[in-house]
Design a binder for this molecule. Structure first.
Ligand SMILES: *[C@@H]1O[C@H](CO)[C@@H](O)[C@H](O)[C@H]1NC(C)=O
Ligand SMILES: *[C@@H]1O[C@H](CO)[C@@H](O)[C@H](O)[C@H]1NC(C)=O
Ligand SMILES: *[C@@H]1O[C@H](CO)[C@@H](O)[C@H](O)[C@H]1NC(C)=O
Length: 360
């Protein structure tokens, strides 16, 4: 039609062509507009996700929500199945073996740091205890620290468990549950962490899950949290519209049978994320309905999407860093968390930041 029109236009007046063009452009815009605003249903979800990278986040989040693998609500113990690859044994009632039930009552923390760590890694726990884990008071705000463990899986597990008992008596900072501590069980660790918080630490304002190999600037963390929202708040290095890895050799491989959409929901990277203490209970409820994936931070993202709660971007860039930041006092005084190249760096940087004198 447009071609015909162009031919004609050589001879006749082209006012008719102009209105035809306008009409076509208008129709295209109308279609795009409808695509944008119609809430996608399950049929349109996969299409929406395929082109999702081009669309605003609101759109992809709704599409992911529509295609979530939800499961019907069940009582926790009904769901236990024999483990198969990528199967996450949750919801399930795990029991506490080591606990600090009065930690929060006694310390009344403003923020509690929850640090997942393998049972055998005493060295990393000691490194944390001697560095950022030792900062218990920032201004008038108390900071508490707990380590999260499952059951040791190695051959010498009995000796290990004995050592843990002693370590726990000495430091009173271990929380251990009876699931096997392994990489593919990290989602379980995160969920029992939330369960613990909702039972034993409801009065704290915030919790941060932080990996033991991170450099953490506790002062900056408290500083930022003092003006942060008090409810429905989760922040960190927020990843939006990350593509799901389908290469089986990838560390974060997820088969389509476990999670079908090509994009992840918005989620905060697991190296360190912060949340208000009203969220644990909501996330636990959501987790009864959303099919678990073994990538713990993605799973929380799915639960947040299910709840319809947005993640919050940190108030400024560079507060959370996934790539090691080159050390200098000035830049480290302005960040909350960063990976480092080694445990030695982590300790050295922390010590250097403590010495008196101006940062910048
Ligand atoms: C939380 O605070 C309330 C009121 O301040 C108090 O009654 C309750 O015992 C506290 N709970 C815990 C677990 O500290
Ligand atoms: C995760 O923990 C459960 C409960 O202890 C166990 O049955 C399962 O084998 C563990 N999975 C992995 C991959 O270690
Ligand atoms: C996702 O779905 C749940 C229930 O199906 C709903 O309550 C929630 O508001 C939805 N979230 C978004 C972002 O659409």
């Amino acid at each position: 039609m447009v071609e015909d029109c162009e031919k004609q236009s050589k001879r006749k007046s082209n006012s008719r062509c102009r209105s035809l063009r306008l009409y076509i452009i208008f129709t295209v815009f109308l279609l795009l507009f409808l695509c944008y605003y119609i809430i996608p249903n399950e049929m349109s979800a996969s299409w929406a996700l395929t082109v999702g990278l081009l669309f605003p986040e609101k759109f992809t989040t709704q599409a992911i929500n529509a295609s979530l693998n939800t499961v019907s609500a069940v009582t926790p113990s009904e769901r236990w199945k024999s483990p198969e690859p990528y199967y996450v044994a949750y919801p399930y009632k795990y029991n506490l073996i080591l606990n600090e039930p009065e930690k929060c009552q006694k310390e009344n923390p403003f923020v509690i740091l929850m640090v997942p760590v393998t049972p055998s890694n005493t060295a990393v726990r000691d490194a944390v205890r001697s560095t950022w884990g030792s900062e218990r008071l920032v201004g008038d705000k108390t900071v508490s620290v707990l380590f999260l463990l499952g059951l040791p899986t190695s051959e010498d597990r009995e000796t290990l468990q004995q050592n843990l008992l002693q370590e726990s008596e000495k430091h009173h900072d271990l929380i251990q549950n009876d699931f096997w501590d392994s990489y593919y069980n990290l989602t379980i660790k995160t969920m029992v962490m939330l369960e613990w918080l909702s039972v034993y630490c409801q009065n704290a304002s915030y919790a941060m899950k932080v990996d033991s190999d991170m450099f953490l600037n506790v002062k900056k963390l408290v500083d930022v949290l003092q003006s942060a929202p008090k409810h429905n708040y989760m922040t960190g290095l927020v990843e939006r519209k990350a593509v799901v890895l389908r290469n089986p050799s990838s560390k974060w491989y997820l088969p389509k049978t476990v999670y079908n959409p090509p994009l992840y929901p918005p989620y905060a990277l697991g190296l360190g994320y912060v949340f208000s203490l009203d969220l644990p209970e909501k996330l636990i409820k959501a987790a009864q309905r959303v099919r678990p994936v073994y990538i713990e931070d993605v799973f929380l993202g799915l639960c947040m999407t299910y709840l319809g709660i947005d993640l919050t971007d940190p108030p400024s860039g560079n507060l959370f860093n996934v790539f090691p930041v080159k050390y200098n006092r000035c830049s480290y005084s302005k960040l909350i968390a960063t990976t480092t190249h080694s445990m030695r760096d982590q300790v050295e940087f922390w010590k250097d930041l403590q010495r008196p004198g101006p940062y910048c």
